[in-house]
Ligand binder design. Structure first.
Ligand code: SAH
Ligand code: AVI
Length: 316
C-alpha cells in the first residue's frame, strides 16, 4: 500500500499548532500532543483505573473474539496499527492471525513506539516489525510492503477514533481506503451509555486523568518555553449528550497571560483550553460513519456489559 509518509510531530509544529489554537475561540489544541513519554505513561496508568472500563472491556472482546474478527484475513498478512501506544492490544490480534508477515506500528509517541516495537520484535521473531513515527491525521505514507506480505489489515483499537470528530474520522477512513484499495479493518469503539459512568471514566478519583490532561501544559513549558502556571489550571471533563462526546478542557483558575514565541495570550478566570473530544457511538451511528468512510461493518462484537465494541470492517 503506497501511502504518502506522515511527518513526525516536531516542536515547531507543536508551537505553531498551540499558537493557532490559543488564538482561536474557544482556545484549543489537538489531543495528539498529550503523548510525550510522560503522557504515554499516564495513559497506560489510566488504562488500569477501575473507572476506565474501556481497556478491560476491549481486551475481553479481543480475548473471546479475535479469531472471528480476523477470520476473513488470509495467511501472511501485513498489520498496520494506528495509535499503537504500548502495544497492549497488539498481541491478541497477531496471535489470532495465520502467520502474519509484517506488523507496522504507527504512533506519534517516539518512546512508546520504540519500547513497544522492540518488545514485539523479541516476542514475534518471524514477523517483520516496523516503527512508523507519524501523525495519522495528516496525509500519510507507509514504507512499501515486503514481498512476503499478501494483504493489509488496518488495526485501530482503543476507541482512538473517538478522539477525532466524526468528519475527521470519515476523512481518515477515506485515506486508509485510498491507501490500501481493498482492505480489512478491525476497529475499537466506545459505546454510548449512562452519562454518569462516562463522566466517572474521565474524572477518576486518583486524579490520573487530570495529570494526563495537565501534562500538556507541562510539555509546552518544557518544549516551547511557555509559562503556563500549571497549578492554576484545573482538569474539567464532562459528557455532552447532544453531540455524544466527552469534552476535556483545562480551565484557568485565575486571569493569566501566557507567552509563546513572544506572543501573549490572556486567559480570563474560568476560560478553558479544549484538549480532547472522545466521541461515543451506537452501533447504527458507527455503521453510518463507516459507510461514509467507504467501509461496511462485517461483524460487530461487544463485551458482556455492552460497554465497548470491536468491529470488523471491509472496504466497499
Ligand atoms: N491503541 C492503544 C493506545 C491508545 S492511546 C490502546 O488502545 O491502548 C492513543 C495512542 O494513539 C497513543 O499512543 C498516541 O500517541 C497515539 N496517537 C494519538 N494521536 C495520534 C495521531 N494523530 N497520529 C498517530 N498517533 C496518535
Ligand atoms: C486514547 N483515547 C481513546 C482515550 C479516550 O478515552 O478518549 C484518551 C483518554 N483521555 C482521557 N482518558 C483517556
Amino acid at each position: 500500500m503506497a501511502i504518502p509518509l506522515p511527518a513526525p510531530l516536531s516542536p515547531s509544529s507543536f508551537g505553531q499548532d498551540l499558537a493557532r489554537g490559543l488564538r482561536g475561540r474557544p482556545k484549543q489544541i489537538a489531543p495528539k500532543y498529550f503523548y510525550d513519554d510522560a503522557g504515554s505513561a499516564l495513559f497506560d496508568e489510566i488504562c488500569g483505573l477501575s473507572e476506565y472500563y474501556l481497556t478491560r472491556a476491549e481486551l475481553s472482546i479481543l480475548r473471546d473474539r479475535a479469531a472471528a474478527l480476523v477470520s476473513r484475513v488470509g495467511a501472511g498478512a501485513r498489520v498496520v496499527e494506528l495509535g499503537s501506544g504500548s502495544g497492549a492490544k497488539t498481541r491478541p490480534l497477531l496471535d489470532a492471525l495465520d502467520k502474519p508477515a509484517e506488523y507496522l506500528a504507527v504512533d506519534v509517541s517516539a518512546g512508546a513506539l520504540a519500547a513497544a516495537t522492540s518488545a514485539l520484535r523479541e516476542a514475534y521473531p518471524a514477523v517483520r516489525v516496523v516503527s512508523v513515527l507519524a501523525d495519522f491525521t495528516s496525509a500519510f505514507a507507509l514504507p512499501a510492503a515486503s514481498s512476503r506480505a499478501r494483504e493489509t489489515l488496518v488495526y485501530f483499537p482503543g476507541s482512538t477514533i473517538g478522539n477525532l470528530t466524526p468528519s475527521e474520522a470519515v476523512d481518515l477512513l477515506h485515506r486508509v481506503r485510498a491507501a490500501c484499495g481493498r482492505c480489512a479493518m478491525v476497529l475499537g469503539v466506545d459505546l454510548k451509555k449512562a452519562p454518569a459512568r462516562l463522566h466517572a471514566a474521565y474524572n477518576d478519583a486518583a486524579g490520573v486523568t487530570a495529570a494526563f490532561n495537565k501534562n500538556l501544559l507541562v510539555r509546552a513549558n518544557r518544549e516551547l518555553g511557555t509559562n503556563f502556571d500549571v497549578d492554576a489550571f484545573a482538569h474539567y471533563a464532562f459528557y455532552a449528550p447532544g453531540p455524544g462526546r466527552i469534552e476535556m478542557h483545562l480551565a484557568s483558575l485565575k486571569r493569566q497571560r501566557v507567552e509563546l514565541d513572544r506572543e501573549g495570550f490572556v486567559f480570563e478566570q474560568g476560560e478553558t483550553i479544549l484538549t480532547e473530544y472522545s466521541y461515543k457511538y451506537t452501533a447504527p451511528e458507527m455503521e453510518r460513519l463507516a459507510s461514509r468512510g467507504g467501509f461496511r461493518v462485517v461483524s460487530w462484537y461487544t463485551d458482556s456489559a455492552a460497554d465497548f465494541a470491536v468491529a470488523s470492517l471491509e472496504s466497499v
